[in-house]
Ligand binder design. Structure first.
Ligand SMILES: [Mg+2]
Length: 343
């Protein structure tokens, strides 16, 4: 793309923009009968259950365009919705995108955003079947709706955790939150002195976790292959502690997690110390990692025991035993006393 080229969206009109957007769209799923180009998309029934999820990203609330490349943002907008489909143990099939655009955005900027959206559609094997664009007076707004499918017996609800189930988490946690701290710090440095270039190389893993998260569909496909259905599952978007509270409440159980089992990357750990933050607090309360938190029946432990990217962080207890973190010294600390109100 020619970086200096700027085509005003107004010169294309709405139809011109829709033509541009739908130019590269190919429908891959048999259930997508009709995508972009009529009043509504048409989906064929299948013998599977459908899950539907929607999420809205607002400039200034969920993202800052001063350090977020539009291509990454397009990918992320889709990925966070796919993550919610994954959290139901379902496989995404269709997606719609709605944009609120101010006249700050040129056609080239919208194309860059769609480059990321289309990359995500390919990566997650999704059909882009519709959407809307409208004028916004208050910055960029991206609304995404994702549809997925699963067999009835495959769906994992938050409410299915049972006493003695094993609590599992994928990947590592707290990285996206620490990445955001680095990006915000470098932005402030740049704003105070424009000659200062951001120093981001040493933080590339955690800034990547913030700017370009990947929904864990790989894990969902592995569950399929293993014929394993988690007894409960959520994606970790608001922080591990918060998601544990949701599962605990929906399932009517308690949880015990172990400090020394919590997965944290070295870069996250080192950066937390650099910012005078407690790394464990970042793991428990840092959001936007888009990893999966799930519980399994003990009989299924052997299926995942050797998995390199699944961590067994605790177990489900009776509701009366509460929600606790077992520290390295063996003390049981109530999870709601970890001081996450600091952020
Ligand atoms: Mg979720």
């Amino acid at each position: 793309m020619d970086k200096d080229k700027r085509t005003e969206i107004g010169t294309l009109g709405e139809f011109g923009l829709i033509d541009k957007i739908s130019e590269n769209v190919q429908l891959k799923h048999a259930s997508s009968l009709k995508g972009i180009g009529d009043d509504a998309a048409v989906l064929a029934p299948t013998d599977l259950l459908r899950v539907v999820t929607t999420d809205m990203l607002l400039e200034g609330v969920h993202f800052d365009l001063s350090y977020t490349p539009l291509k990454h943002l397009g990918f992320k907008a889709v990925a966070v919705n796919v993550s919610d489909v994954a959290a139901m143990n379902a496989v995404p099939t269709q997606v719609t995108i709605s944009l609120g655009l101010s006249n700050r955005f040129s056609l080239e900027a919208v194309e860059e955003l769609y480059e990321g959206i289309n990359l995500a559609a390919i990566h997650y094997n999704l059909d882009l079947v519709g959407g809307d664009t409208t004028a916004s007076r208050s910055g960029l707004i991206i609304g995404v709706t994702a549809i997925g499918e699963a067999r009835k017996e495959e769906i994992s609800y938050r409410s299915g955790a049972k006493v003695n189930d094993i609590i599992c988490a994928t990947g590592d946690l707290g990285g996206a939150f620490m990445g955001l701290q680095v990006l915000e710090r470098e932005k402030q440095v740049f704003l105070s002195d424009h000659k200062m270039q951001p120093q981001l190389e040493k933080y590339s893993y955690i800034t990547g976790r913030q700017l370009r998260p990947d929904a864990r569909m790989d894990i969902i496909h592995e569950f399929r292959d293993l014929h394993l259905v988690p007894t409960s599952m959520m994606d970790i978007s608001d922080g591990l502690a918060s998601e544990l509270f949701h599962i605990s409440r929906a399932s009517g159980v308690g949880v015990a997690i172990y400090e020394d089992k919590l997965p944290i990357d070295k870069q996250t750990y080192d950066t937390a110390l650099e910012f005078n933050m407690d790394p464990i607090t970042c793991v428990l309360n840092g959001g936007e990692d888009y990893e999966l938190l799930f519980t399994i029946d003990q009989k299924d432990f052997g299926l995942l025991e050797k998995h390199p990217d699944i961590h067994f962080i605790g177990h489900v207890t009776a509701q009366k035993d509460g929600k606790v973190l077992i520290t390295k010294s063996g003390a049981a600390v109530p999870l709601n006393a970890q001081g996450w109100q600091h952020f």
